[in-house]
Ligand binder design. Structure first.
Ligand code: SF4
Ligand code: SF4
Length: 328
């Protein structure tokens, strides 16, 4: 799942959802994406995730509510936000602004964002109605071409169950091709139901060992593997599943784990694996949400390492795509 850096459509988004209308919490919308499925796509990043991967590149998407981002590089220390904050959450220590995140992370009003004239504070996560998103899709549709469509990413895009079922049904009615980038860590009944509206599934397999998987992500992999296997066997579903391995040197790239993953994928009747090299692009986001990035010393895989992983997968008789430059 990638970083989002395109501004949200503030003209259609609201920070507070009216109770009577179904809304989804979205932390980014990107048009013209060519890495998230076939053709050119509009990618919607939904907040919330059942996993907590230690390398997550979208940590602002782990929240189940809007969150305040602080970009120190833009801050001119004018103090307007300090005066505006009704909760006394900001203090200046050694010339730096420090936010009390126990207050900010439950703050619903975020007066500091409106007070800042430098865009050094920002709200990540806005509520969109089904109609809000459909309007964006209608606007973008002309750029998708014959193969493109919409990709729901996150966070875990399928976590906001009622909202997702509603928007997916609308996409199906409008003949929009839908892809998801999912953890597959969802109740099996719901996972199978929601897939009736989805044609393309990127699903991570982060580790085959349940204990290692729990160490890396906070949950074991049993439900994830069960769901992928059940979906692959679903006779009345004609979608395409692309298992993805985020390759993280020393953590999940051993020959043993890669071969075991490939054997699993082959056994359940799938034919491709997409391997993605770990990167540190999410590092600044951790600072912006007031968290420490624990992966600062983790190196990305070398080309030789990616070639080795690719060969191991190909030796099992599967097609292996490297990175986001896939031929889809
Ligand atoms: S997010 Fe809320 S609590 Fe935090 S500084 Fe802004 S106004 Fe204050
Ligand atoms: S209002 Fe903006 S620029 Fe001024 S101190 Fe606060 S974050 Fe920095």
């Amino acid at each position: 799942m990638k970083n989002g850096n395109v501004k949200l459509d503030s003209d259609v988004a609201q920070t507070t959802p009216p109770k009577e209308e179904l809304k989804g919490l979205v932390f980014d919308v990107q048009g013209h994406s060519v890495h998230d499925g076939p053709g050119t796509r509009t990618t919607v990043f939904l907040s919330g995730c059942p996993l907590n991967c230690i390398w997550c590149c979208n940590p602002e998407g782990l929240f189940h509510h809007p969150v305040m981002l602080y970009k120190e590089s833009k801050c001119v220390k004018c103090g307007r936000c300090i005066k505006a904050c009704p909760y006394g959450a900001i203090s200046v220590i050694d010339g730096k602004l420090v936010h009390d995140r126990t207050k900010c992370d439950v703050c619903e009003t975020m007066e500091c964002v409106g007070a800042c004239l430098q865009e050094a504070t920002e709200t990540s996560g806005k509520y969109y109605s089904v109609n809000d998103l459909m309007q964006i899709f209608k606007r973008d549709r002309q750029f998708w071409g014959s193969k493109g469509g919409v990709t729901f990413s996150g966070g875990e895009p399928l976590m906001q169950k009622n909202f997702m079922l509603a928007i997916l049904k609308e996409c199906q009615k409008a003949y929009i091709h839908v892809a998801v980038e999912t953890t597959s860590c969802l109740a099996t009944n719901y996972y199978m139901e929601v897939m009736n509206y989805i044609e393309w599934v990127f699903t991570d397999i982060k580790h085959m060992d349940p204990d290692k998987h729990r160490e890396l992500t906070g949950v074991d992999n049993k439900l994830i593997l069960k769901n992928i296997e059940t979906l692959a066997a679903k006779e009345d579903w004609n979608g395409f599943i692309v298992p993805r391995i985020p390759v993280i040197p020393g953590l999940n790239d051993s020959d043993e784990n890669i071969i075991e993953t490939a054997k699993f994928v082959k056994r359940i009747g799938l034919e491709v694996i997409n391997i993605l090299p770990f990167h540190r692009l999410g590092e600044s986001k951790y600072r912006q949400i007031g968290h420490v990035y624990k992966f600062a010393d983790q190196l990305p895989p070398t080309k030789e390492n990616m070639d080795r992983v690719k060969k191991l997968i190909e030796d099992e008789g599967l097609v292996c795509f490297v990175g986001y430059e896939t031929p889809f």
